[in-house]
Each structure stands twice: as structure tokens, then as C-alpha cells.
Design a protein around this ligand. Structure first.
Ligand code: 7RM
Length: 661
């Protein structure tokens, strides 16, 4: 039995960079990557001092790294003073004022608005002056609850300009989640919109915000973006239309000189406990890391049009829709809609209309599109694309191949980027056109990153062909510094499982070639009859079957094996008439064939939809409980994007026979 998720032996599986792929301008060869990587590990301060020169500093740093590992306290670029907004906007507005900074792709297909760097500077200055007029000062927190509108980017950059700390909350979150985040961050201003069109729906952001802030005295103002003509309740003295406020203020606003370690933003991320964590990023290190990774991982070029489909409510939106591209002066696409609106051809239409060169998306989006068939892709040109990238989850080799072969027609490298909210930027990734790829592997560490695999007893596992808990041995500039207001929780969450090591929470395999394969959160690794089995491996095997659209695999207590394997599967429309019994048999055979008998699911449940969070992550915790028959405590079901899938799951599941006292 093979244990690697790749369906073929590595030698056959290497997707060697092709000559037809344009060489990256920044790194020319695998040898150059290896040489620079060695330098970044042996002389990190020299390496990062060099990278920091890509930013404009009002005052250069005197110390590159100052770390106290005992206190879990890291400072990068101490003594340096800079401003994020100045670096993203002003310097480009000066040298290339007419260049598009942001292209807003509105919810309705074919509707675009171009915002040049000159425009951007003006709008950001105005919003900054509005915030200032409402009492926002350096260090204050501003909560942003906006759909994907340009004012979202303006407000983030305006906060940065003043030295205020932004906390963006995804506009799909509930009033309760929003309130919890406003309270935890102590925000004094909330910026929202009357409503937000998103696909066929309109999110009533203002109504949700009203509920969230009810009775909160900490809020001095609620600024409201007028996205549509819809009337909303405006509370006199508290609520202000942003457009009217902007019209009353000037477009110029000086940028505060921030210390490198001054906070830039808070972004809430869910953890294993129910309470969201306010992940805090600081200015100098985050910006250097965002700019450096964006340049190398996406091979940033002056003429790029960077299309990142992530919502700004997630870290991918922060680092690779806003900060990374703008720091490098790259045109970035702000996509208000969803990949399936009005149909499954939408992403390719945006790519063709805007001549996007880079497409960065999530495996879950790709799986949804694969399900709709290739014709939507084949109808489009896609000739502008030169680079494809994914993040957020392990990408099944089948999905990787579809992205590479069908979307990219074999012309574009696919970069599978592994990282987290807490890491600020990409940590494990191929470099396009340089790193030979294996579908499903995030491949090799980025500069300055030292991954370690650690066993459950905390021993570092040496060599290749091994699996363990993925840890990071040393800090990197983009690392989150703390959880806002809860440093002890930061230490406990990331530095207590394996003392002195940052624990990612992910399981990982390092194959014979030293390539990293993320197997999913460690609680997603199953121990079946003493064999380690990645749920992602089983899922990839299932998705490789022509009938399967998506699969989620969880463990459940099994008398003989310890852990049994339960697969929840959705099938493609044209297979929905097939007999369940035959389908289940075929899928068991598929897994047995792809991985080995040990991985054969004990149960396969065919459903019409999987429970997912609003950011598209499958709620495996909920599936685990359903599979285990723990139906009376399913945890927080309010994070479900579509609550109706839960009812079906509950109706469909066959309870495990368990004696009840
Ligand atoms: C960027 C992002 C972080 C978790 C992380 C992993 C999983 C992210 C990949 C991946 C396999 C990848 N930040 N993850 N990227 N797993 N391959 N390329 O998603 O904070 O929201 O999530 O996502 O489990 O720990 S996040």
C-alpha cells in the first residue's frame, strides 16, 4: 500500500517546468532557488535586509531580527519607520499615476470600474480624513463589514495611513459574529454598506450591522457605503453616508510614520475551540513578507493583472488581493461576485474581459466548476493567463490536473500555496517555472522558512519519506505576533504543544524527494488499524472517480480498527440516477484500488451537499460527529453556509448502534 496521496510514483509524476512556460524574471533555476534558500536560512538577517529594500522606509531599520523565543516575542526591522498606505499607493501614484491599481469587477457580468493609482490616492486620502473627523487616531481599531466594493480597499488603506488598526469581518458573517469581533477588538468606528449584491443575493449588511451594534456604546460612528439605491435605517448622530462624508473632505492626508512593530491589522480566524482568535499582524514584517512572497510566488511582472478570487474577509484577500499586489505596483482585480454567477463561465469571462495574467483561487471553487463540465471553460479564450495558483486546502491531484490541463491548457504553471492566517503569507510553495511540481504537493519551503516534522512525543523526525506534525523552527517576517489582547492564548495555541516550535495544526508528509504534502489538520488524520491515513488521500481517491463531485472523509470509532472510515460524497448531476448500492460498491472499489484495502471506507453516504463554512471549508468536525452518532452536540451550526444540508445529513445517516444507558 502506498501512503503518499500522489497516484503515481514520483518520477512519473514530476510536472517538470516546460520550455513553453515563460521563465520567472526573479528566479531563473532550481539551483538559484536552492542557493538563495540556503542563504536565507544561514544568513536570515542579510537576506531579509535585502528584501526590505523593496519598500520605501521613512527611516531604515537598525536591527533586522530581535527575538526572545522564551517569551514568544519576535520583532522584525526594529527602528524602521514606514507606512503601508504610502507604500501601496503614493509611490506608485507618483511614478505611474494612470496605471490601473484596482479593477472592480461588479456583481453583474460585464460591469467594471477602473481605479488608477492617482484615483486610489485621492479616495484613500478622503476616507482617511473622514475617519480622522470621526475621532480615529493612531492605534484605534476600525471594524470593516463590507461587501467587495472599492471602499473596502480605500478604508483598509485609509486606516493604515492613519496608523489605525483595521479588522475586516467577512460580510457573510452573522450579527452575532460581527458583534463578538467588534467587542473583542474594541473598535470605535464601523464601516459597512447599505447592502451587498453577491451572486443572485443581496446581503443586508446594514440591517445585520444594526443588530450587531445594538446598545454598544464603544462605537462613535457607523459609516455606510451606498452600494445600491435601497433605503436603510440611518440612526441620526451615529450613522453617516460615506459618500457624503467623503465629498466634504480633502483628498490629501499625510501618512503617519509607523514603527515596524506597530499593529497593521487584526483578522479573526476560527480555531479548534469555538471562540475566534484575533490574529494580529504588524507593519514592517508583514509588508516585507507580503511584497517578497507576491513577487516570487506569483512571479510579479509590471504588466500583470492579478485576479485573486478570495474575499477580503480572509487572509488571502488581505495579502494577495490588496497588500502584496499593490506593494509591487501590480493591477489587482476586486471581484464582487461568485464563480457560479450567473453561470459557471463567470471566472473565465472575467479573465478574458480583463486579460488577467494570474488566477489565484481555492480548490473548493475548482471542484464546483468541474462539476458543471468543461464546456464553460472551453468556450473562453484564457490566452492572457500565464500562472494559476491555489490555496486554502489540499488540492486533489485530479483537480490539480484539471486546472493545469483544461484551464491552463498545459501552458501555465500551477502553484499550490500552503499557508495560514497566522503566517501572513505563503510558506510552502513551488516557484513558478522553476520548481518541478507533483499534483497535490505544495512542494518546497519559501525563503527563510524552515519546516520541521515532529512526532507526537515532540521528537523531530529527520530524513525523507516520513510524516508528522508540521512545525516551523524559526520565525519569518510575516508571522502573526500575537492574538489581540490575549498573548497567553497565543503562546498556548501555537507554542505549547511542541515547546519553542510554532505548531501549525497540520499534518504533513515529506516524501522521498523532500517534497511537502499537507495531509490536513492533524485531527483529520485517521489511524486505521494502526495505519496512518490522510483523509485527503481518501478524498482524492474518491474524487478521481468520474461520478464524484466532492468528498469529505472522517473517522468514527470502530470496534476492531480503532478508527473506521466514513465518506460523505456528492455525485455529478448526470450520475444522480445511478443506484446507490452500485455507486457505493464502485466507490469502495475505487479507494481500495487507489490506496489499498486499509483505506476502503466502511461507510459511504451519498448526499446532495456537504456542510461548509462561508469560506468554503468543509466542516469535518460536524461530519465526524454525525458519523460517530454524536447527534446531540453538533457544535456551532451557525457557521454553515447552507443550513439545509444538515437536515439532509441527519435524515440520511444510519446511526451507529450504541448501547445507551
Ligand atoms: C491561506 C488559508 C489555514 C489552513 C491550513 C491548512 C489549510 C491552506 C493549503 C492548506 C493544504 C494548501 N489560511 N491549507 N492552504 N492545506 N494545501 N495549499 O487558507 O488560515 O484560512 O487556513 O488551511 O490546513 O492550516 S487559513
Amino acid at each position: 500500500m502506498r501512503s503518499a496521496p500522489g497516484p503515481m510514483a514520483p518520477s512519473q509524476d514530476l510536472f517538470a517546468p516546460k520550455d513553453s512556460i515563460r521563465r520567472t524574471a526573479h528566479i531563473q533555476s532550481l539551483e538559484e532557488y536552492q542557493r538563495l534558500y540556503r542563504q536565507s536560512i544561514e544568513q536570515p538577517e542579510e537576506f531579509w535586509a535585502e528584501q526590505a529594500k523593496a519598500l520605501t522606509w521613512f527611516h531604515p531599520p537598525h536591527t533586522i531580527l530581535d527575538a526572545d523565543p522564551n517569551q514568544v516575542d519576535f520583532s522584525w526591522f526594529n527602528g524602521g519607520r514606514l507606512n503601508a498606505s504610502f507604500n501601496c499607493v503614493d509611490r506608485h501614484a507618483k511614478t505611474r499615476p494612470g496605471k490601473p491599481a484596482i479593477i472592480w469587477a461588479k456583481n453583474e457580468p460585464g460591469e467594471y470600474e477602473v481605479i488608477t493609482f492617482r484615483d486610489l490616492q485621492h479616495h484613500v486620502g478622503r476616507v482617511a480624513n473622514v475617519l480622522k473627523a470621526h475621532g480615529v487616531r493612531k492605534g484605534d481599531r476600525v471594524c470593516i463589514y463590507l461587501p467587495m466594493v472599492p471602499e473596502l480597499a480605500y478604508t483598509m488603506l485609509a486606516c493604515a495611513r492613519l496608523g489605525a488598526v483595521h479588522s475586516v469581518v467577512f460580510a457573510g458573517f452573522s450579527a452575532e459574529s460581527l458583534r463578538e469581533r467588534i467587542l473583542d477588538s474594541g473598535a470605535k468606528v464601523l464601516v459597512t454598506a447599505n447592502e451587498g449584491p453577491r451572486g443572485p443575493k443581496r446581503i443586508p449588511t446594514k440591517a445585520i450591522a444594526d443588530e450587531a451594534v445594538e446598545g454598544l456604546s464603544q462605537l462613535e460612528a457607523v459609516l455606510v457605503v451606498r452600494r445600491t439605491a435601497t433605503e436603510v435605517n440611518m440612526q441620526p448622530g451615529r450613522d453617516f453616508w460615506l459618500d457624503a462624508e467623503m465629498a466634504r473632505h480633502r483628498g490629501t492626508c499625510p501618512a503617519e510614520w509607523m514603527d515596524s512593530e506597530d499593529p497593521l491589522f487584526i483578522l479573526y480566524a476560527s480555531g479548534s475551540t469555538g471562540k475566534p482568535k484575533g490574529v494580529l499582524h504588524t507593519t514592517g514584517g508583514y509588508l516585507v513578507y507580503a511584497a517578497t512572497t507576491h513577487r516570487y510566488v506569483f512571479d510579479a511582472q509590471p504588466d500583470d493583472v492579478h485576479f485573486c478570487t478570495a474575499d477580503m474577509g480572509w487572509i488571502t484577500g488581505h495579502t494577495y488581493l490588496l497588500y502584496g499586489p499593490l506593494l509591487n505596483g501590480t493591477t489587482t482585480v476586486l471581484f464582487e461576485s461568485i464563480p457560479t454567477y450567473p453561470d459557471a463561465g463567470r471566472l473565465w469571462r472575467v479573465v478574458d474581459d480583463l486579460k488577467a495574467t494570474i488566477l489565484y483561487t481555492a480548490p473548493t471553487a475548482l471542484r464546483a466548476l468541474i462539476r458543471e463540465g468543461d464546456t464553460w471553460v472551453l468556450k473562453s479564450s484564457r490566452q492572457s493567463l500565464r500562472l494559476l495558483a491555489t490555496a486554502g486546502e489540499p488540492i486533489n491531484p485530479e483537480v490539480w490536473r484539471w486546472f493545469h490541463d483544461v484551464v491552463g491548457e498545459g501552458r501555465c504553471p500551477v502553484v499550490d500555496t500552503w499557508w495560514q492566517t497566522e503566517t501572513g503569507g505563503v510558506l510552502i510553495t513551488p516557484l513558478p517555472g522553476v520548481t518541478p511540481c507533483k499534483p497535490g504537493s505544495a512542494t518546497l519551503p519559501f525563503f527563510g522558512v524552515e519546516p520541521l516534522l515532529v512526532d507526537d512525543e515532540g521528537r523531530v523526525i529527520q530524513g525523507n519519506g516520513v510524516s508528522g506534525n508540521l512545525c516551523l523552527a524559526r520565525t519569518w517576517p510575516g508571522q502573526a505576533r500575537t492574538l489581540y489582547g490575549h498573548h497567553q492564548r497565543f503562546v498556548e495555541t501555537y507554542y505549547s504543544r511542541f515547546p519553542r516550535l510554532y505548531f501549525t495544526g497540520d499534518g504533513c508528509r515529506r516524501d522521498e524527494d523532500g517534497y511537502y504534502w499537507i495531509t490536513g489538520r492533524v485531527d483529520d488524520v485517521l489511524n486505521v488499524s494502526g495505519h496512518r491515513l490522510g483523509t485527503a488521500e481518501v478524498e482524492s481517491a474518491l474524487v478521481a472517480h468520474e461520478a464524484v463531485a466532492e468528498a469529505a472523509v472522517v473517522g468514527f470509532p470502530h470496534d476492531i480498527k480503532g478508527t473506521g472510515v466514513c465518506a460523505f460524497v456528492t455525485v455529478k448531476p448526470e450520475w444522480q440516477e445511478a443506484s446507490t448500492e452500485q455507486m457505493v460498491g464502485a466507490l469502495k472499489e475505487q479507494v481500495r484500488h487507489a490506496i489499498g484495502p486499509i483505506a476502503t471506507p466502511d461507510r459511504i453516504v451519498i448526499v446532495s451537499g456537504l456542510p461548509k463554512t462561508r469560506s468554503g471549508k468543509i466542516l469535518r468536525r460536524m461530519l465526524r460527529k454525525i458519523a460517530s452518532g454524536e447527534l446531540d452536540n453538533l457544535g456551532d451550526t451557525t457557521t454553515l453556509a447552507d443550513p439545509s444540508v444538515l437536515d439532509e445529513l441527519l435524515a440520511r445517516q444510519q446511526p451507529v448502534a450504541r448501547p445507551r444507558s
